[in-house]
Design a binder for this molecule. Structure first.
Ligand code: ZN
Length: 136
């Protein structure tokens, strides 16, 4: 599914998830992907200019869903609400094959390009983004 470089990036994010926080006591809802057993919760905070000031991700799942959430948090931090919404919808559309794959312009998220061919794993990769969609 992945070449070595992509594999390395995904494993790095899986082992050292960025902006990870245990949100089990925060009341944030966990979104689940029953086909794989992944679950994820998010906490977002916006500043007075409507830029994303804080994003915490609680990933409890496979390497693909965890890495996707970790890379998502890196990409979105500091972005405006409008930019976050646009990126969210675009990423989901790309992963579903509804839009041309331009993940080569998405930094480390390019590592998830290989997932697009595997519908079951697409659900893993998009789970944190669906949680984001709900939180927006
Ligand atoms: Zn998964």
């Amino acid at each position: 599914m992945f070449d070595d470089l992509y594999q390395e990036i995904i494993l790095d994010h899986y082992k050292n998830p960025r902006h990870h926080e245990d949100l089990s006591k925060s009341g944030a809802p966990y979104l689940e992907n029953p086909t794989c057993g992944d679950s994820v919760a998010l906490r977002l905070e916006w500043d007075e200019k409507d830029c994303l000031k804080t994003i915490n991700v609680d990933n409890r799942g496979c390497a693909i869903s965890s890495a996707s959430g970790s890379m998502m948090s890196q990409l979105l931090l500091g972005k405006t609400r409008g930019e976050v919404e646009e990126l969210c919808h675009k990423f989901i559309a790309i992963m579903r094959g509804e839009e041309k794959n331009q993940l080569d312009q998405w930094g480390e998220l390019e590592a998830l390009s290989g997932v697009i061919r595997y519908p079951a794993r697409v659900k893993c990769a998009t789970l944190p983004w669906h949680a984001l969609e709900k939180a927006l």
